[in-house]
Design a protein around this ligand. Structure first.
Ligand SMILES: Cc1cc2nc3c(=O)[nH]c(=O)nc-3n(C[C@H](O)[C@H](O)[C@H](O)COP(=O)(O)OP(=O)(O)OC[C@H]3O[C@@H](n4cnc5c(N)ncnc54)[C@H](O)[C@@H]3O)c2cc1C
Length: 360
């Protein structure tokens, strides 16, 4: 079969899921389109804490991509992209294949950034990719040990609350205050829950180095152990920065409001891997980019005009408390408890139902 496509979607992130959902429910735009993903499932981060506490089963938290692609008229390509040549519109895959496409859309997420590590005294477990995280976590749980989590954003806090009861002791390290950028009252509620579960909280404690079985902050040992989960802030995929696409100083792809690369307009990027003004890197914004991306990719294929993505000014934060409840903040309004947990559960399940092909 030819290696030429009209459009290639690289990565099954939240924005591409929105594209697939819309094209599966309506007429796809036409042309030869492929989705490249190393995992046959797309995982939903919002349900990961519930999966870890046993509230959900694995298949409730992930979407089978093959039937969704089929419903959207898209070829599923089971591979990882290893490099990109934007001038020639080429994507190189880990299978050794090279694909060419007139239009390319990147929704590849980001990876947690590990601190410098001097020798192999500690096992590091990045929270992404989720499939490897979950299988390794299951291995770890055969013999639970004390645990540290690095990263005090929403992901680190939710994981600490979900895992606190499953290990002999758990320490959470945050370079700044936890949940920086969220409403202060949400931080207050999270700290209360962390204390109730006995989590040892280290705020404003940047871990710069791992030395054998110790975490070092500002030249001092702050924790000893052998198991560390990384939920540190988003860092870009190395090969993207090296591709020649225009990136910001951290290495995220600079895009215009139409979600096109500012240097290579035939390449779109959305979600965590893109850099756009007033757009934080989280799932809520990635999901909202989906419909604009779907419209613009269809316009690209049909030679029509593009529309702009306008980030919402206020975003809902909903964090599970690890015990079936949840904490929420929206426009400075805070609420928590089991009722909010039920609402979060309803929203998460609805997201999954909407994005599954009907036969799944
Ligand atoms: C535990 C946890 C809880 C979170 N909770 C929330 C929350 O409640 N609300 C919120 O807004 N955000 C939350 N986040 C953040 C959120 O998960 C991310 O910001 C969001 O997933 C980013 O979406 P994305 O579309 O950019 O990419 P992702 O959803 O991360 O998807 C990236 C995709 O790219 C694929 N990929 C990666 N490399 C390659 C490659 N080389 N070739 C091909 N495909 C590749 C991956 O397989 C994956 O399918 C949470 C994160 C974690 C870890």
């Amino acid at each position: 079969m030819s290696n030429k496509f009209d459009l290639l979607l690289a990565g099954a992130g939240h924005a591409h899921l929105g594209v697939l959902r819309l094209w599966a429910g309506d007429k796809p735009p036409g042309g030869r389109i492929g989705l490249i993903s190393p995992d046959q499932h797309a995982w939903y981060s919002g349900m990961l804490p519930g999966l870890l506490t046993g509230r959900y089963k694995t298949d409730q938290c992930r979407i089978d991509l093959q039937p969704l692609c089929q419903a959207a008229g898209i070829e599923f390509i089971s591979s990882a992209v290893t490099s990109l040549q934007p001038e020639a519109n080429l994507l190189h895959l880990d299978t050794g294949e090279t694909l060419q496409s007139e239009w390319i859309s990147l929704n590849l997420g980001s990876l947690p950034r590990p601190p410098e590590s001097e020798d192999a005294g500690m096992e590091l477990l990045p929270v992404k990719p989720f499939s490897s995280f979950i299988s390794r976590w299951e291995q770890w749980q055969k013999k639970p040990q004390r645990l540290a989590i690095l990263g005090g954003g929403a992901a680190g806090v939710e994981l600490a609350l979900a895992l606190a009861r499953t290990v002999p002791s758990l320490a959470l390290f945050s370079a700044a205050n936890i949940l920086a950028g969220h409403a202060p009252a949400l931080r207050g509620a999270a700290i209360r829950h962390l204390h109730q579960l006995g989590v040892e909280l280290h705020e404003r404690c940047p871990v710069d180095r791992i030395l054998g079985g110790a975490l070092i902050s500002k030249g001092e040992i702050v924790w000893r152990g052998v198991r560390l989960i990384l939920t540190t802030g988003a860092s870009p995929l190395g090969w993207l920065c090296e591709s020649g696409l225009s990136c910001n100083e951290q290495g995220f792809i600079q895009v215009s409001p139409t979600l096109q690369s500012v240097s290579h307009p035939q390449i779109f990027a959305a979600g965590d891997c893109a850099n756009l003004v007033d757009t934080p890197r989280n799932g809520v914004y990635a999901v909202r980019q989906g419909p604009v991306l779907a419209a613009n990719l269809a316009s690209a294929l049909k030679g029509e005009l593009f529309t702009n993505y306008v980030p919402q000014r206020i975003a809902l934060a909903l964090l599970s408390d690890g015990e079936g409840g949840a904490m929420m903040s929206w426009a400075g309004f805070i609420a928590e408890g089991s009722f909010i947990g039920k609402w979060k559960d309803y929203l998460d399940r609805r997201f999954m139902t909407r994005h599954r092909a009907s036969k799944q």
